[in-house]
Design a protein around this ligand. Structure first.
Ligand code: UDP
Ligand code: MG
Length: 323
């Protein structure tokens, strides 16, 4: 069996509380895989510091210095989970044959890595980690998260249900990912577009063992909204259909009212009229807002600004043998 080089990419934002434990567990896992010759001993865990405000980066530097299988890069500022992940993937693919991405808090069971690698050696180029149960998530997190997946597919976005960013991807797939230049990044929607042979591995999602979720409700709603507007024009189509239906109904009413008025029949009071005007104005404003959202997205895309800037790459130093 061939032992490919595996890189595990882990974005970290203010994760000082979890990094040492995560390192302990990933070290055990990676040593086991190397000993069993499933992966090469050039394999690494690559932490991506996403402009953390705490000691995350100095901890990563220390771990990278002391541990053979660990390395890290740092972004020049906080760019958000998706950009940090992309930065990590694009850097890691220079050194690796296959890459797994996961969160720093180990909520995603690291034992699924073995099965992911098995599938990879069977010829699957993308393996999605899917949460089989969310027993340990709070009711609120579970309901909002599952609602998110359902709403996304309703809006016509092709995503894998209950899959977050715990996935394996081959170097080949990541080379294609590089061709997707969008600034409004929603990786879960992009990977299914890349294609190739894909499979799924199920795992149980654990609780965060320390620290807090960096995805409060507001960020989650933003994320869902970004996902929908980056991948689907259904909301705009909905506006068009709604406008047409409203127009037809109003037109029929108009003819009816004119006829009734002609026979001097009083049917609308002033307060009904005012609320009718306000409702339609409100609706129009919402719709203009939705269209504006797409224009805003287009504006951001046309500027082609870099999605991340890497300020430090410990791996370069490490691979040059300077450490
Ligand atoms: N994260 C990041 N940049 C951010 C926010 C989060 O790199 O701006 C990382 C975070 O450190 C973690 C992962 O993204 O490794 C997922 O975040 P979290 O666990 O807080 O999200 P949840 O699991 O609660 O959805
Ligand atoms: Mg988490």
């Amino acid at each position: 069996m061939k032992s490919d080089i595996l890189y595990i990419v882990v974005p970290c934002y203010n994760e000082e509380e979890v990094l040492n434990e995560t390192t302990k567990q990933l070290k055990k896992k990676i040593e086991k895989l190397v000993n069993e010759k499933i992966i090469s001993d050039k394999s690494r865990v690559m932490y991506v510091n996403d402009g953390s405000r705490d000691n995350t980066w100095s901890i990563i530097e220390k771990i990278s210095k002391n541990e053979k299988y660990f390395t890290g890069i740092s972004l020049s500022r906080n760019r958000g989970h998706q950009n940090a992940l992309l930065g990590g993937l694009m850097t890691a693919k220079k050194y690796a044959d296959v890459i797994i991405s996961m969160d720093a808090d180990l909520q995603d069971d690291i034992n699924a890595i073995d099965e992911m690698l098995e599938k990879y050696y069977e010829g699957f180029e993308i393996v999605y980690g899917v949460r089989s149960a969310r027993k340990k998530d709070t009711w609120f997190k579970r309901t909002t998260a599952e609602g998110f997946y359902k709403f996304m597919s309703l809006m016509g976005v092709d995503i894998v249900f209950n899959h977050a960013d715990y996935r394996l991807a081959s170097k080949n797939v990541l080379n294609h990912l590089e061709e997707f230049n969008e600034v409004n990044l929603f990786l879960r929607g992009i990977f299914p577009l890349i294609g190739y042979k894909t499979d799924i591995v199920y795992y149980e999602r654990n609780e965060r063992f320390a620290g807090e979720s960096k995805y409060p409700l507001k960020k989650m709603l933003n994320f869902a909204w970004d996902g929908i507007t980056s991948f689907s024009v259904k909301p705009i189509r909905f506006i068009l259909s709604f406008g047409m239906i409203l127009f037809i109904i109003s037109f029929i009413c108009l003819i009816l009212f004119v006829i009734l008025d002609l026979v001097n029949y009083k049917i609308l009071t002033i307060r009904t009229l005012i609320s009718l005007i306000c409702t339609t104005t409100g609706l129009q404003t919402i719709f203009i807002g939705i269209i504006g959202e797409y224009i805003g997205k287009t504006y951001n895309e046309t500027k082609r600004r870099p999605r991340y800037i890497i300020s430090h790459n410990l791996n370069e130093v490490k691979e040059d043998g300077k450490i």
